[in-house]
Design a protein around this ligand. Structure first.
Ligand code: ADP
Ligand code: MG
Length: 308
């Protein structure tokens, strides 16, 4: 008898709603393919270990996003319970979620990433960001200020005017962990879909505003998605090579979706690797897979097969 699949969704992070959308899409697709799959909505105040036991779950299809789901915590719980879980393992998940650790690993593996500086996080630096002017005196603008372990562009600012720097640092400081300041890469943005260590393809993302912020990701629909990218093929090949190098450097497995910025000269810089990218039917990862000949249901099954 095959193991019962638990599509774990919701969770305790700020990305709960997005995760529910991912989970419900995946659940429907797996059930349509004839799998014994149930949805597990992990809510605040409930124990995931108890929920998995109550439903007799033998394998977890991890549809969570953000803290606990994406950072290695759930992967660790599943490991302890002896339940295979889709996606990257404990260490790769934790490293990918932490942008400081990711950037250090990228740099030590020759994976290009934007030049950066670290500022103290909440509690360690002034809440109003008044240290930023002095700390960043040598940097020219624009700069990008972001928390080290959020997602969905939460707490991210592009600063074009020095007068706005302190407020951007103060905003990033509201979140957990140190604050990252990066040089702003003017140009375009490409997301690469990877499955089991193989690049499926990529999509060029052109937000209407100056960066791909929370509103552009979830609220508005004025972002253009170019699949395949409009960029020169040689540049796309290099982008995909760097994306795969980033995935490998962090030790990722299963599916993942690195984010890269490409400057006007065609140089690619890895911003981060998303180890649990959005997986609703209309998310970018399924769109990339579809263009590579993998329909949504098959992609969900291939990810299921990656459970370790
Ligand atoms: N160095 C940068 N140069 C230009 N744009 C950036 C840079 N860093 C982040 N951005 C913009 O902010 C968005 C979110 O940043 P990212 O590092 O991917 O964090 P998140 O985990 O919130 O997605 C990116 O998709 C991009 O549009
Ligand atoms: Mg991103």
């Amino acid at each position: 008898m095959s193991k019962r699949i638990g599509v774990v969704m919701g969770g305790l992070s700020a990305e709960r709603e997005v995760s529910l959308n991912t989970g419900l899409g995946v659940l429907a697709a797996l059930q349509e393919k004839g799998h014994d799959a149930v949805g597990i909505d992990w809510k605040d105040g409930t124990s995931l270990a108890v929920l998995l036991a109550e439903h007799g779950i033998g394998v977890v299809w991890n549809a969570l996003h953000g803290t606990y789901g994406e950072d290695g915590a759930v992967q660790g719980l599943c490991t302890c319970l002896g339940i295979p879980c889709t996606g990257s393992g404990i260490l790769a998940s934790a490293l990918a979620m932490d942008k400081v650790m990711s950037k250090r690993i990228f740099e030590s593996n020759g994976v290009p990433t934007p030049r950066w500086q670290l500022l103290p996080g909440r509690g360690d630096g002034p809440a109003d960001g008044s240290d930023a002017d002095l700390a960043l005196a040598a940097w020219s603008l624009p700069l990008v200020v972001k928390p080290s372990s959020e997602g969905s562009s939460v707490g991210v600012s592009v600063v074009e005017d020095r007068a706005d720097l302190a407020a951007a640092v103060a905003l990033a400081r509201k979140h957990h962990g140190p604050v990252i300041v990066e040089e702003y890469i003017a140009g375009t943005e490409v997301f690469v879909g990877i499955l089991d260590g193989v690049v499926l393809g990529s999509v060029e993302v052109k937000p209407a505003g100056k960066f791909y912020d929370y509103e552009a990701k979830y609220k508005r629909n004025d972002t253009r998605y170019l699949l395949p990218p409009e960029l020169d093929r040689a540049i796309v090949a290099r982008v995909e090579q760097h994306a795969l190098a980033a995935y490998n450097a962090l030790g990722c497995s299963g599916h993942a979706r690195p984010d890269l910025r490409i400057d006007t000269a065609g140089n690619a810089f890895v911003l981060e690797v998303n180890t649990l990218p959005g997986m609703t039917k209309t998310s970018l990862m399924p769109k990339i897979a579809k263009a590579a000949g993998l329909d949504y249901g098959t992609l969900c099954e291939r990810i299921l097969a990656s459970a370790r």
